[in-house]
Design a protein around this ligand. Structure first.
Ligand code: FAD
Length: 445
């Protein structure tokens, strides 16, 4: 449809941004029969800088949305465990746990067996992962508009409430107007919508910066996500210790996604040449892993990880914040996709309830619940995460933890559950109960 500046489209809810947070929100809204417009400034398929790693927490959200994550080769007749990461041709590479590498110590920790969470993770490049989610929301009824960049909110002159958005299309740059009683901002770390209503970044909350690159590698079928707690320029213990943490994720398509990140609690955060850091770390890894310039399939790219509610409040004047726009990345492990999809679903649930009420105070009360729901779910855990981030910002603490913690299996099983936020809320084991109690007792972030 060709629209002129005077025309406006109407919907029940506008979702800005079709990353995992926006697509999940749009999917759950559309499923209830609401009229949802999902506005995305790029067109699919499009790249998004990411490690592409999905823990069982993210897999649960995908299953909830009815997304087929492929079959488990190990469960098929004739299948083998070591085929898992090859996936089944569906584009998913399965993994069965986290391998933690600290210096010369390597520890493989299978994902925990829990009632609440699946026992496998996945890797899938964001190049088609995000498109898959956006098309899934579209199939559920959401009206997806690609090449539609939101330029700002439309405010009610009298109340200052967000009642829509202005946008322009990629090609002609035509001005568009979309009206709805509710807008969900899922526009990622740029957080343009939040900023436009004065919701700024909290400087007292952790922020990460990370870079990644794809390399052709014989490790492409690795069925563990690999996390490096220490980055050595050469041989572990006998070379220079570099700042940051690294990952190596087998993508299952002939490549590995390899990257590293730093937190703003580290002194090196400000003046680091990330590309050079990656080059130096990879230069010290075994050459047969293939992480060399010749095997790179694209450039080094980077981005920010807004953590532990680094933008709040999550609701104001008709605008709900979801995913990176609300800074919901897990500070323990830098995982953001699961939290974007979960906050998308929670925002959708609140929106559905609110829109069923009459305009005015009653509806507003329903919307005000959203920040409380988020705080209830993640607040205590994120407070613990902020302490954790402060501690690991100190190299001495980190070295001591790696040296004395890694060789202790029970402690590491506890660490895995804590880092990946994977516990059973009821009926779990002693480790689950301990983590749940710690999260409950910590003041909500
Ligand atoms: C290097 C790196 C590695 C990472 N690795 C992992 C990992 O392995 N696992 C993990 O779980 N998380 C990882 N993360 C974090 C993860 O990428 C994010 O938390 C996640 O993408 C957040 O999803 P989102 O939907 O909130 O935002 P995004 O994925 O950023 O999506 C936002 C969408 O909004 C669109 N948009 C923006 N502005 C506008 C506008 N004005 N109008 C219309 N559309 C707009 C964008 O084009 C985009 O499609 C990593 C991050 C980085 C930087």
């Amino acid at each position: 449809m060709i629209m002129t500046a005077a025309q406006a489209e109407h919907a029940d809810v506008i979702v800005v941004g079709a990353g995992p947070g926006g697509s999940a929100a749009a999917y759950h809204l559309a499923r209830t029969g609401l009229d949802v417009v999902l506005l995305e400034k790029t067109s699919f398929p499009r790249e998004k800088v990411c490690g592409d790693g999905l823990t069982p927490r993210a897999v649960r959200s995908l299953i909830e949305m009815g997304i087929d994550t492929g079959s488990d080769p190990a469960g098929e007749p004739g299948g083998h465990l070591d085929e898992r990461a090859t996936g089944d041709g569906s584009g998913w590479a399965r993994n069965r746990g986290l391998r933690i590498v600290g210096g010369r110590v390597r520890l493989e920790l299978p994902w925990p067996e829990l009632a609440n969470w699946p026992d496998y993770g996945l890797v899938r490049p964001r190049l088609d992962f995000d498109e898959l989610l956006a098309r899934h929301a579209e199939k559920a009824g959401a009206r997806l508009r690609e090449q539609t960049a939101v330029t700002g909110p439309i405010l009610d002159e009298r109340t200052g409430r967000v009642i829509g958005v202005r946008a322009k299309t990629g090609r002609g740059g035509d001005p568009l107007r979309f009206h709805a009683p509710l807008v969900i901002a899922a526009d990622g770390n740029s957080a343009r919508m939040a900023l436009s209503v004065g919701i700024r970044r909290r400087e007292d909350r952790p922020l990460g910066v990370a870079v990644r690159r794809y390399y052709r590698s014989p490790r492409t079928h690795d069925d563990f996500l690999e996390s490096h707690l220490e980055l050595w320029e050469g041989a572990p213990g006998a070379s220079r210790l570099l700042p940051g943490y690294g990952w190596i994720f087998g993508v299952g398509d002939g490549t590995s996604n390899v990257g590293l990140g730093l937190l703003n609690t580290t002194t090196a955060f400000q003046n680091t040449d990330y590309k050079d850091l990656l080059r130096r770390w990879l230069g010290g890894l075994p050459p047969d892993w293939g992480y060399t310039e010749e095997n790179a399939t694209g450039p080094v790219r980077g981005g920010a990880l807004p953590m532990a509610f680094n933008r709040a409040p999550h609701y104001r004047d008709g605008l709900l914040l979801v995913g990176d726009a609300g800074g919901v990345v897990n500070p323990f492990n830098g995982e953001g996709i699961a939290y974007a999809m979960e906050s998308g679903r929670l925002a959708a649930e609140v929106a559905v309830q609110a829109l069923a009420r009459s305009h005015g105070l009653s509806r507003e009360r329903a919307l005000q619940a959203y920040p409380h729901v988020l705080r209830q779910r993640y607040g205590g855990y994120y407070t613990l995460g902020r302490v954790f981030v402060q501690l690991i910002g100190n190299p001495t603490v980190m070295r001591t933890a790696t040296r004395y913690g890694l060789p202790r299996p029970t402690l590491m099983r506890f660490t895995l559950k804590l880092l990946a936020n994977l516990t059973d809320p009821r009926g779990g084991d002693a480790l689950d109960r301990l983590i749940n109690a710690m999260s409950r007792l910590a003041p909500a972030a």
